[in-house]
Every structure is written in C-alpha cells, then in structure tokens.
Design a protein around this ligand. Structure first.
Ligand SMILES: [Zn+2]
Length: 76
C-alpha cells in the first residue's frame, strides 16, 4: 500500500493507539495498523476502528491503568 502523504511503502505493524474518550485518554495496545516506514503516517482499517469503538462502548474492565503525563504548550 502507498502512503497518502509521501507515497512511499506502508507496512502492517502492531501499534499503540491513543484515543480520547469521555474527557480522558485510553490506550489500545497491539492494534494492527498500516504504518508508513518513511513519515510514520498511520492508518487504521475500518474494521479495526469498529472494534475500537465497540470496545469503548461496551466498557469492559481495562487491562491495567497507566498514568499519562500532560504538558500544556505555551506559544507566547
Ligand atoms: Zn509516508
């Protein structure tokens, strides 16, 4: 598959996917994604997106909790 950004080759990789959900972040691990080896553009296929959404809506017990560091970017 060709990257829509830089037109180089993309490979299937297992990634960490971050998603905002009801005001906080959730992390999905071992997500199969298509990743560009050059610019790191990441694409999720439709059925993976569906699976993520289904998981969020069914709200199963999470595997574990991790703290997330938050930085506020000041541009002044
Ligand atoms: Zn690319």
């Amino acid at each position: 598959m060709e990257c829509p950004v830089c037109h180089n080759d993309m490979n299937t990789k297992s990634i960490k996917h971050f998603q905002e959900w009801k005001g906080h972040y959730v992390v999905f691990e071992n997500v199969p994604a298509i990743v560009c080896s050059t610019c790191n553009e990441t694409l999720l296929t439709g059925n993976i997106v569906d699976k993520i959404n289904q998981t969020l809506w069914s709200m199963p017990k999470t595997s574990r909790k991790e703290e997330v560091d938050v930085y506020e970017l000041t541009t002044s």
